[in-house]
Design a protein around this ligand. Structure first.
Ligand code: AMP
Ligand code: ZN
Length: 445
């Protein structure tokens, strides 16, 4: 499975997080169904925006890319997005790109003009098939190539495979010029190297269908001589006030921003509460409702765990056996929803059905084995969704105690800003501090 990854010149925003979360969930589902998944997702670490950020900061583009790859990996871990099997970097794959471009030129699918290499879209009969674009319309809409300085193209739809460097830009030697690859060739080369000539699933945001994925298909099919991807999956946008969240519009929240206010499992649940092909509008109300939903699942899981730890050791009687069988059947229902094109919204509703079933059917005094069995069923589903619902009790308590101690130390040192920051941090994790005469107590809210 190949998923187009981010261009790393800034912290990722929660729009970028949508493909990460939905395709990570799909990967987890495939694993749950017994597939071994080879998951490849790139970092685009050479690009105009990265170069611009480097110039603005007076540093190198390597430095910018390295920093934001690290930050992106932290955000992914905090959203419980599994690391890819391979996270290739564009700059590590230049040889493969030069090789593929050379092959395309040899086969008559690409041509060079003044150090720039273009892909010839007319050389690929199926160009436009993925996006169902009317190519004649597009071609006639591109009359002003002279203005944009691209008048050396043979066709308005031709796109860049290699371009010469400009002063001060990173570059690599090639048979055509000292320069750098175009964006599209990167994904074709990485998919080929890590997954083979034909891949099972290719995914990314719907803004990538045209021209990025259309171009990937053209390059890969012409270079490899076999079909490129069996299935394409495209997530719809995360919107804000019904407009696409994006860096350029400035209407975004970074994952880091959200993590200050919410446990990122809330963000994850919010993302999965819509079908991945439906637009999703970000709002405080929906986040609050996701927070309440997560709490409902967590409470049920914790109560099942408490019963499993402290309940009766008795063997299951017929009634309890029947309940356990009933609980297990929820997994089939969950799988059915997920089989229906990764319908996480409906799959989540099965989780809530099970929560309701557990809250009424497995109460204090129930046999241990029943509580444990129902908890196992719940965890199968929440693991597929990547939702952490049972926090390690001692571990978590230890961390909270340590933060409280840090806050007390800050207060003794009259560093009230730090003390307040720690209190807010804990509050964001759903922990409220109570300053009592016996010392500081805490409770979950
Ligand atoms: P970029 O860094 O802009 O190339 O984006 C990386 C990934 O995030 C691509 O798969 C984009 O389609 C996706 N993406 C960017 N903005 C949004 C958004 N507002 N909603 C959903 N996906 C997005
Ligand atoms: Zn791509």
């Amino acid at each position: 499975m190949y998923v187009c990854g981010p261009t790393v010149y800034n912290l990722i925003h929660i729009g970028n997080a949508r493909p990460m979360i939905v395709f990570d969930t799909f990967r987890r589902y495939l694993m749950h169904r017994g597939y071994e998944v080879n998951y490849v997702s790139n970092f685009t670490d050479v690009d105009d925006k990265i170069i611009k950020a480097a110039i603005e900061e007076g540093t190198s583009s390597e430095e910018i890319a390295k920093r934001y790859i690290e930050e992106c990996k932290k955000d992914m871990a905090a959203m419980n997005v599994m690391p890819a099997t391979t996270h290739p970097l564009a700059t590590g794959e230049i040889d493969g790109m030069i090789e593929m471009i050379s092959e395309l030129i040899r086969e008559g699918h690409a041509y060079e003009k003044n150090g720039t290499v273009y892909f010839s879209t007319r050389s690929f009969r199926d160009y436009g098939e993925l996006s169902h674009k009317n190519l004649d319309d597009l071609r006639s809409g591109f009359r002003d190539l002279k203005v944009s300085g691209e008048d050396e193209k043979e066709d308005p739809l031709d796109f860049v495979l290699w371009k010469p460097k400009k002063e001060g830009e990173p570059f690599w030697e090639s048979p055509w010029s000292d320069g750098r690859p175009g964006w599209h060739i990167e994904c074709s080369v990485m998919a080929k190297r890590y997954l083979g000539d034909t891949i099972d699933i290719h995914a990314g945001g719907e803004d990538l269908i045209f021209p990025h994925h259309e171009n990937e298909i053209a390059q890969s099919t012409c270079a490899n001589g076999v079909p490129f991807a069996h299935y394409w999956m495209h997530n719809a946008f995360l919107n804000i006030n019904n407009k696409k969240m994006s860096k350029s519009l400035g209407n975004f929240f970074t994952v880091r921003d959200i993590s200050k206010q919410y446990d990122l499992m809330v963000l994850r649940l919010f993302m999965l509460s819509a079908h991945y092909r439906s637009p999703l509008n970000f709002s405080a109300d929906l986040m609050e409702s996701a927070k309440a939903s997560l709490l409902r699942i967590r409470n049920a899981a914790e109560s099942l765990r408490d019963i499993a730890e402290g309940g009766a050791d008795a063997p299951l009687d017929d009634a309890a056996q029947a309940l356990l069988q009933e609980a297990k059947a929820y997994i089939d229902r969950f799988d059915e929803r997920m089989d229906d094109d990764n319908n996480t919204a409906d799959a989540l509703s099965v989780v809530f059905d099970l929560v309701r079933f557990a809250n009424t059917g497995v109460t204090a005094g129930a046999p241990k084995a029943l509580a444990q069995g129902v908890l196992d069923v719940l965890l199968v589903m929440t693991d597929v969704l990547g939702l952490k619902v049972l926090q390690e009790k001692e571990n978590l308590d230890g961390k909270i105690e340590a933060l409280i101690e840090e806050r007390q130390a800050a207060r003794r040192a009259r560093d009230f800003a730090t003390a307040d920051r720690i209190r807010d941090e804990l509050k964001a994790q759903g922990i409220e501090l109570l300053d009592t005469r016996e010392g500081v107590k805490w409770k979950r809210i």
